[in-house]
Write a protein that binds this ligand. Structure first.
Ligand code: PNS
Length: 174
């Protein structure tokens, strides 16, 4: 069977532990995972696309080293995870990168409507690209980038909600 490439798309402003967990799980299933960071100048973000990419790269590099050292994971997916920005349509990016699958994390039923619309629209635009969902772990199901930013902006502790690289970036910015 030929290798299967997947794209995990999002705004990632910034990357949370919920994102990290589902991306690593996708990397255990697929041969190669591209974290697709949306570069949309019309959408205001706390971090620039370069900053968001750097956080993602640092997170998965650190995860790889840590896991290898502690001998927790026999095969480390982080080597097969790369971060790239995209603008325009997600299905065009997926096709350009030869990704057959779009993978998204699903937290709760409240995510369903938005996700279903996106998946159906993407299928309408390009039926060759399939969308799959990974259920978020319960402990991450209440985390979102927007809630993290809100808590951090009021001085709340978000260290258990985001990876270290996001935490450091939030501390610097807010
Ligand atoms: O993390 P987010 O903000 O929920 O991610 C949304 C994202 C980036 C996956 C979505 O907005 C997207 O794919 N945008 C690219 C534009 C596009 O392809 N639109 C058509 C599908 S609705």
């Amino acid at each position: 069977m030929s290798p299967i490439k997947a794209v995990c798309p999002g705004t990632f402003d910034p990357l949370t532990l919920g994102h990290t967990d589902y991306i690593l799980r996708a990397a255990e299933i697929f041969d190669h995972v591209i974290v697709g960071v949306l570069n949309n100048p019309d959408k205001s973000t706390l971090f620039s696309v370069e900053e968001r990419l750097k956080i993602i790269e640092e997170t998965f590099a650190a995860f790889s080293e840590k896991s290898a050292k502690e001998g927790q994971v026999k095969w480390i997916g982080a080597k097969r995870i790369e971060a790239k920005s995209f603008s325009g349509l997600l299905v065009d990016f997926a096709q350009k990168e030869a990704c057959q699958v779009i993978v998204r994390g699903l937290r709760a039923t409240s995510d369903y409507e938005y996700e279903a619309q996106m998946a159906l629209m993407n299928r309408h635009l390009n039926p060759q690209v399939e969308t799959l969902y990974l259920m978020t772990r319960e402990k991450h199901s209440y985390i979102s980038s927007s809630v993290v930013k809100q808590i951090a902006s009021f001085g709340g502790d978000v260290s258990s909600l985001v990876p270290e690289a996001s935490f450091r970036a939030l501390q610097k910015r807010l």
